[in-house]
Write a protein that binds this ligand. Structure first.
Ligand code: FAD
Ligand code: S2G
Ligand code: ZN
Length: 480
């Protein structure tokens, strides 16, 4: 499959795994931390979207930093390529090997090291699952500063490595602002301890920030120190139906002025994307059928105060004819159901048609162009055989998820969409990858969002951190 799908790509001059290598790995980690049986290894070779797959023969599951260090030192000495892997929920093909790179999974590096109740600083291993961290923090009146639909599977090391955004970005900002420290292992096995826990530390270059968003190409993240905010005492969710995307922007403005400091999320979805959840999961929509929907969340410290704010905001929106229909709740299970209408979209689209192929674009655009690209794509797809062309995403971050699903892979449709979507986005000053990263799928479009000089400096950094290029080859940086 790999050879067929990437005929243009040549496997790098890396060593092929031998019995001797396996014996060496067995001296570093115990037998139950090594997978070599093809049926055990297979799932680790294919990504969540089931669209990118490698043919690695070995999965290594280190338990701690020292084991990672010994593994990487050995792989570097032996010129063995490595694919760092967290929860394997990445959607840009970065999480799995392209050829037979050894997979180093953080699955067993899942210990919480400390939670400071005063500063809210959490220190944990990179393999901790996001949802587990949030539950552990909730018991101490804290919460994670990020949340995403993949929370049940993604690892905090993967979140950091992709600089994940998610649905709390509007409230708590990026991981660059919330990650205080990182411990990582470089390709040569050297442990880089940048695990600071102070909010302020301006002593030299901010090396930890280089690992945030480096997608496993500069080092393997082994520990993270992250600043966690207090768990909000009062959360409410509104779900509304609207006539047009222009009205979504007006309602977003209204939400910022009326809800102000308690606004914690503002997500949009168009009819095709939300209806795919209703159809696939057989759930009821809480509002009448509309062309667009928005989910608005408030998080504060006073339930009645926030509920009053939210209700008056909705009344204003309806009075101004911006909102067609809406519902509000502070009841946890109902809030969960409303969130499912938004967070269930990726999975629903993937499962809407048996064996469908989904083109996923994760772009930042100025508000005026935010949804226009969906209509542009529909025009270009006129008369072609496609099942869905839809848009959903994080309005507050100007981050749209444009998805086009077709019954099966088609080079013709690929040529209609690419490079058009990326060039169109770049034309309006947007980013060709807002939060998912470049991975394997978007290396040839990096130049549309970064200058040639910047890409050259990235190559120089890669040369400093991983001179033999063993870490996640074929990812992020385009072939020279
Ligand atoms: P993986 O997929 O395993 O790996 C991702 C990349 O990081 C790969 O390049 C891998 O090599 C590298 N990597 C992983 N662990 C390490 C490590 N310890 N050290 C160095 N490199 C490492 N993303 C968003 O940003 N926002 C969203 O709202 C969002 N919603 C999602 C919803 C669903 C249903 C799904 C399936 C995915 C969603 N994603 C979202 C994408 C994905 O969940 C994120 O990119 C996530 O951060 C990946 O974490 P992971 O642990 O699964 O990493
Ligand atoms: C989201 C998930 C991945 C995708 O739902 O916010 O980031 O593009 C996405 O479907
Ligand atoms: Zn997203």
């Amino acid at each position: 499959l790999t050879k067929v799908r990437y005929p243009h790509l040549k496997r790098g001059q890396y060593a092929e795994i031998s019995e001797k290598h396996i014996q060496m790995f067995e001296r570093i980690v115990s037998k139950n931390q090594i997978l070599t049986d093809p049926s055990d290894v297979e799932p680790y070779n294919i990504d969540w979207l089931k669209m990118v797959c490698g043919y690695s023969s070995v999965v290594l599951k280190p338990r701690n930093t020292e084991e990672v260090s010994e593994i990487l030192k050995f792989c570097n000495d032996e010129n063995i390529a490595v694919c760092p892997q967290g929860g394997r929920t990445g959607v840009v093909g970065g999480s799995v090997p392209v050829f037979d790179e050894v997979i180093v999974s953080t699955q067993l590096m899942n210990k919480i090291i400390s939670i400071d109740p005063i500063t809210g600083v959490l220190i944990c291993q990179a393999g901790c699952v996001l949802e587990n961290l949030d539950s552990a923090l909730n018991e101490k009146g804290l919460t994670m500063p990020l949340d995403l639909g993949a929370k049940g599977s993604c690892h905090i090391g993967g979140n950091v490595s992709t600089n994940a955004g998610g649905i709390r970005y509007l409230r708590y900002g990026s991981l660059h602002g919330n990650v205080l420290g990182i411990e990582a292992v470089k390709a040569d096995g050297k442990i880089l301890d940048c695990l600071g826990t102070m909010k302020k530390d301006n002593t030299g270059y901010h090396l930890k920030n280089l690992f945030i968003g480096s997608e496993g190409t500069l080092g393997l993240v082994t520990k993270v120190a992250i600043k966690c905010p207090p768990k909000p005492k009062a959360v409410n969710v509104a779900f509304i139906g609207l006539e047009s995307f222009e009205n979504i922007l007006s309602v977003f403005q209204l939400a910022k002025s009326e809800l102000a400091e308690v606004l914690s999320a503002f997500e949009m979805m168009d009819a095709p994307s939300m209806h795919s959840v209703v159809d696939v999961y057989h759930v009821k929509s809480p509002v009448e059928k509309c062309p667009f929907y928005a989910l608005i969340e408030t998080s504060g410290s006073n339930a009645s105060h926030d509920e009053e704010k939210l209700t008056s905001f909705l009344e204003k929106g309806m009075a101004e004819g911006l909102i067609i229909d809406g519902t509000v709740t502070g009841e946890p299970s109902r809030m969960l159901n409303l969130w499912q209408l938004r967070e269930g979209i990726p999975e629903a689209i993937l499962h809407s048609k048996e064996n469908c192929y989904v083109y996923k674009y994760d772009i930042s655009l100025p508000p005026q162009q935010f949804y226009q690209i969906v209509d542009e794509c529909k025009k270009r797809l006129e008369g072609k055989n496609y099942s869905l062309c839809c848009g959903y995403g994080h309005v507050g971050d100007c981050n749209l998820h444009l998805n086009v699903s077709i019954p099966e892979y088609s080079p013709e449709i690929t040529n209609i969409l690419e490079p058009f979507v990326f060039e169109w986005t770049a034309h309006y000053g947007g980013s060709i990858s807002a939060e998912h990263g470049i991975g394997f799928k978007k290396t040839q479009y990096l130049h549309l969002s970064k200058t040639a000089e910047s890409i050259e400096v990235m190559r120089q950094l890669k040369q400093v951190f991983d001179p033999k290029g063993i870490l996640n080859p074929y990812k992020v940086l385009p072939d020279v």
